[in-house]
Ligand binder design. Sequence first.
Ligand SMILES: C[S@@+](CC[C@H](N)C(=O)[O-])C[C@H]1O[C@@H](n2cnc3c(N)ncnc32)[C@H](O)[C@@H]1O
Length: 335
Amino acid sequence: MLDPRLELAFGDGPPDGQLLILGASGQTGLAGFDPARSLLVQGHFPDHRALAAQGWQVLTDPPEGPLFDAALVFLPRAKAEAHALIHAASARLRAGGALWIDGQKTDGVDSLLKDLRGRAAVAEQHSKAHGRIFRIDRPDGDWLPADWAAAPHQAADGFVTLPGVFSADGVDPGSALLAAHLPPRLPSRMVDLGAGWGWLAAQILAREGVETLHLVEADHAALDCARRNLNDARPQFHWADARDFTLPEPVNGVVMNPPFHDGRAADPGLGTAFIATAARLLTGAGRLWMVANRHLPYEAALARHFARVDEIGGDARFKIIEATGARRAGKGGKK
Ligand SMILES: C[S@@+](CC[C@H](N)C(=O)[O-])C[C@H]1O[C@@H](n2cnc3c(N)ncnc32)[C@H](O)[C@@H]1O
């Protein structure tokens, strides 16, 4: 099935020629587009994996090489990331190629349309389902501001980020509070679940005793930043979904600041799944340190997966939890 706005724009068939699609999720209805003439770019691991399983050709980054005849951009929530995707799509389109932009009103599609209308003619547009899709035929030359291109940003001393990564403008206060509660010595084999651009990982590596640190992160761009930010031989980088991540051998420490949004929707189930993974990765004597927004209901999941759970700090906004006695599936514990 085609999504309702795509049906309005492409009900008579997809654009001619080679099509570049940026930002589609695993749930986007793309039926009707031709997998042989479409190349998708998606750096979020669960969406990338779902799209590939549906038979699409999917890359993590826009390709270099021959220019495309058309591009379709699904707007993300972050404005800087939206600008970067549109810039990337335009840079890979031949002059005159159709640039389609689809987005929700809540993600700023109307203000983007207004902005772009000042730079190029809008050839077609449709509104439906609280959003809009519109087409611009790519003008010749540089028609977009150069600073729309994705460029590394100095988020903290020695740390770069890219548009759209979590907390791209600076250290997350929850992660800072968690780091302040980590002991001076940590276990030797550690995991950082949802490691982002690596700030918390750097705090882990600065503690005594750490021999290995596995960074697990779904956002390809964030993990690339972490690779650049951690100048250390001990980290191992895993582009993966923390919910089903496994390691061949158990570890003795997990640190995490789990996400609680899946795309646009608040989803405490994500944090609950991270807790289950932490328990699965740990030895029975291993330890979990995590930070969570105080209102998030993680207590039942923690009690289900760990024998001992303590709140070791926090403030009005966050709670810092330490847990041990992981009940690993298959080791006599409950799942
Ligand atoms: C609250 S942020 C914490 C980031 C980092 N640890 C820090 O302190 O800045 C949560 C991170 O989890 C990542 N994430 C979201 N869903 C994920 C999943 N299913 N698997 C792995 N990582 C995920 C997000 O991209 C984000 O970087």
